[in-house]
Every structure is written in structure tokens, then in C-alpha cells.
Design a binder for this molecule. Structure first.
Ligand code: G6P
Length: 462
């Protein structure tokens, strides 16, 4: 055993939360901002801990790294593993299938073989980092086999698994040729967490049916090992969003954004990863129809759509980008004028203060995915509206809809329903905006990401 200290807590996710920054001719690695990082940083800093994950394609990361006091253990993937395990099985099989098969899931044995191989790589790195009796917390759909692989070699560890995306019903999950292996893989964990009780229930039903597990709704037994199954809806760092929203810089920027947009009466906003689950294309079609029917006047209403680049090597994402950009062009071509565009489309990511300024500048926030495990943008918007103004339009088919009851909820496939709710949101009286926003803010103030991380780790006996 090498002399370095092993960790009492090991977090494992496909991606390491780092970006490379070159300083003074050297490579430095910065922790990337994001919900999971802000949730886990205080937890990680409390004890010896390591985050195991892939540093991204072609990044040339060394064998180990440190960033802001957190130990990072890069798992290097070959080009073939990126293609088959990440782009293939993770993003073309599991991702679409778990999101209601909104795109057909593809099954290829070579992808599966690579998924098994990559899960073993992550499991091996984790085992190597974990001290005796350590806590291991594995994240998301890329690593469903890792819990069992780790348990088989290290029964001394306490293993938790949290799925950030939906867990599908039997009708869909049953398609997977390797469904038993996936369920058995997950059942290697002591605690298996889902975003909603629906996901947790789907999982227990499937485990009884296809893995021969026994037990109740919240406890399953397989091969003498018991796993606890529960919903742990994830959230955001609410206080941090509220703090940033109150800074003079953000208040100024929010005003400036409205000026730069030409001081319209109403600003609608969408902020999404450019993903086909997010319903961006449908949303644009609805906006176009409202313009065509003159229910929205392009002289006093604009839509800002932020589309964060994502998974650009995967064909379905390239097709979606083409379609979204065609729609934006078509709307602006038909309804714009010199110096005035109804849609402002931004294909890039934003730093947190700019994002919060956009939230503060928006009268109506459009969150209309066709399926989403949670959707943190909805929660971020609410947390940023310390002025208790603004209207949130929220798809019923998101995990967030289970909690954010006071949002204007809508079926994202119902074009007429969307049209109605967009118009209603645009004209929502200030008193009703305030009443709804106060109720929504109460939810995110109570259920923040630190409470989420603590609840999960407590469940794991940490
Ligand atoms: C979703 C998934 C995450 C993933 C993120 C970005 O939120 O739940 O696990 O990291 O998308 O996707 P990417 O493929 O770029 O890691």
C-alpha cells in the first residue's frame, strides 16, 4: 500500500468537475462551478476525500490533481471508450431511454462491452482511493455497474448511488438487453437515491421482476445484501443565488440587458443545455404561432434563449442544433425588423452573475422540457427573484414540478396549452406574481442543495 493517505469519502462521477486553465505557462485545474460542486465542496473539505472522474477528452491531466483543497483522481478514457461508453451507451442508449425514449435508444453490444469496461476503470480507481470503511458516493447513469463492482472487491465500504435523471417505467426499461446486469449493478449500493418517488418505485418494481430481488418499497434484498431505496430530490445553493442576485453588479447588469434588448415591455427567457429533452424546438414553434396570430407583438416582447453547447459529437444533438437555429432564423426573418429581433439566441454558457442577471431581467421564465429528472434552472430562477416578481412556466414532466406547485404548470406537448400559458404568464398581475413567487421561494429556501447532500450522506450513515 503506498504511503499516501487514503480517503474517508470518495465521490465518483463520469466527469471530474474541473476545467483546465493555463497560468504562467503551467497547467492549472479549476473546479468548475455547478450545483454538485457547491453541494459537495463543504462535505469534501470536512474530511480526507477524493473525487474520481474523467477529466474530459484530450485533456492530458496528470495521474492526480488537487484543486481548492480537493483531491482529484482522473480516470483516463481511450478514444474508443469515449465513443462507445460515453457517446454510445451512456448518451445514445441510456439517456434517451430514461427520458421516455423521446429519441429511440440504440443497442449495440460493442457499446455495452465498453460500458462494462469503463465502469470497471472507475471502480478500480475508487477502490484504490478509499480507506477502510470509507463512504463512496457514485453519481449518475454512466456508472450504474460500479456499485456492485466495488462491493464485490471491498465489502467494507458504504456505497451510495444517486441517479440525476429519471428512472423509467417497466415498459421502457424492459427493452434493455442487459437490464438484469444494470439492476444488479445498482443493487450493489447500500443507498440508491432517485429524484422522485416515481423513479424509486419504478426501480423497486423492476428489481423484483428482473433481478429476483425481494423486499418492500424502500428496501430490497439480493444475495444477502440489503439496499435502501428512496427519493432525494436535488436542489441548488439557494443562498448563493440570492446573494449574487442582490449584488449591485447584477442589478445593474439586469437593467443593462433590458436596455440592450430595446426596453421591451416583456422579456421571456429560456436557459437550457442544447438537448432534445428540453423542448426548445417546441417552445420556439409556440412563440412563432403566437407572433403569427398577433397574440404577441414583436415590438414589445422578446424571447432570449440561452442554449449551452452539449454532446456535440452525438448526431441527435447536431440535428437538434440545426433545427433550433433554423427556427430562430425563420422567426427573426419573418417577424423582425432592422435593429429588432424577436428571438435572441445565445449558443454558449454563461458565468453565474450573468446568468442571474438574465433571470432578474426576465418577466417570464420558460422551463418546458418533455422530460427532466429535476431541472435546476427552474429553482435557480426562483432563488434569484429576491424581488418576488416574475412568472415561472414549468413543464409537468420535470422532477421540479413535484415541488414547485405554485408555478404555471403545463403539459409541454400540448401546443394550445403552451400558447395559453405563455400569454397568461405575460399578463400575470403583479400581485399574483408575488403570491406565486413567495410560495415558490419558500420551497427552495427549505430544500437547498446542502440539505440534499446531508440527507443523502446521513442515509448512508456518514
Ligand atoms: C446531465 C447529467 C450529468 C451530465 C450533464 C452534462 O445533467 O445528469 O451527469 O454531466 O448532463 O452532460 P455531459 O455529457 O456533458 O457530462
Amino acid at each position: 500500500m503506498p504511503e499516501r493517505t487514503r480517503s474517508e469519502l470518495v465521490v465518483v462521477s463520469n466527469r471530474l468537475p474541473v476545467t483546465r486553465a493555463r497560468r504562467g505557462g503551467n497547467d492549472d485545474w479549476d473546479l468548475s462551478p455547478g450545483g454538485l460542486v457547491s453541494a459537495l465542496t463543504p462535505v469534501l473539505q470536512k474530511r480526507t476525500s477524493t473525487w474520481v472522474g474523467w477529466p474530459g477528452p484530450g485533456s492530458g491531466a496528470p495521474r492526480r490533481l488537487e484543486s481548492q483543497g480537493i483531491q482529484l483522481r482522473p480516470v483516463h478514457l481511450t478514444r474508443s471508450q469515449v465513443e462507445h461508453y460515453y457517446e454510445g451507451f451512456s448518451n445514445r442508449t441510456i439517456w434517451p431511454l430514461y427520458h421516455d425514449a423521446v429519441r429511440p435508444a440504440e443497442y449495440h453490444r460493442i457499446w455495452w462491452a465498453s460500458y462494462v469496461e469503463a465502469n470497471r476503470l472507475f471502480a478500480t480507481a475508487t477502490i484504490d482511493e478509499a480507506a477502510r470503511g470509507a463512504i463512496v458516493w457514485i453519481h449518475d447513469y454512466h456508472l450504474q455497474l460500479a456499485p456492485r463492482m466495488i462491493r464485490e472487491r471491498r465489502p467494507d465500504l458504504r456505497i451510495g448511488f444517486f441517479l440525476h435523471i429519471p428512472f423509467p417505467p417497466q415498459e421502457l426499461f424492459a427493452q434493455i438487453p442487459w437490464r438484469r446486469q444494470i439492476l444488479e449493478g445498482l443493487l450493489g449500493a447500500d443507498v440508491i437515491g432517485f429524484q422522485t418517488t416515481v423513479g424509486a418505485r419504478n426501480f423497486t418494481v423492476l428489481c423484483r421482476r428482473y433481478a429476483g430481488a425481494e423486499g418492500s418499497r424502500d428496501e430490497l434484498r439480493l444475495h444477502g445484501h440489503t439496499s435502501r431505496v428512496a427519493a432525494f430530490p436535488i436542489s441548488i445553493d439557494t443562498q448563493e443565488f440570492a446573494r449574487v442576485a442582490a449584488t449591485p453588479e447584477v442589478v445593474r447588469l439586469a437593467g443593462e440587458i433590458r436596455t440592450r434588448l430595446g426596453n421591451p415591455r416583456r422579456v421571456l427567457l429560456g436557459v437550457d443545455r442544447l438537448d432534445y429533452t428540453k423542448g426548445i424546438d417546441l417552445r420556439l414553434l409556440v412563440f412563432e404561432e403566437l407572433l403569427r396570430e398577433k397574440k404577441i407583438d414583436p415590438r414589445d416582447c422578446v424571447l432570449v434563449q440561452v442554449a449551452v453547447p452539449s454532446r456535440e459529437q452525438v448526431h441527435a444533438y447536431q440535428t437538434l442544433r440545426n433545427e433550433v437555429e433554423r427556427l430562430v432564423g425563420s422567426i427573426n426573418g419573418s417577424f423582425g425588423d432592422v435593429g429588432r429581433s424577436p428571438v435572441h439566441y445565445l449558443h454558449r454558457s454563461f458565468a453565474m452573475p450573468e446568468l442571474v442577471a438574465l433571470y432578474r431581467a426576465a418577466d417570464v421564465m420558460l422551463v418546458t422540457p418533455v422530460r427532466d429528472g429535476m431541472n435546476l434552472v427552474a429553482k435557480e430562477y426562483v432563488a434569484s427573484r429576491i424581488d418576488e416578481r416574475g412568472a415561472l412556466v414549468l413543464s409537468e414532466l420535470t422532477g421540479a414540478a413535484h415541488e414547485l406547485r405554485a408555478a404555471l404548470q403545463v403539459n409541454p406537448y400540448d401546443v394550445d396549452g403552451l400558447k395559453e400559458v405563455f400569454v397568461r404568464a405575460l399578463e400575470l398581475p403583479e400581485s399574483e406574481q408575488a403570491r406565486r413567487m413567495i410560495a415558490l421561494r419558500r420551497v427552495v429556501e427549505r430544500h437547498h442543495v446542502h440539505a440534499w447532500a446531508n440527507a443523502f450522506l446521513e442515509g448512508l450513515g456518514a
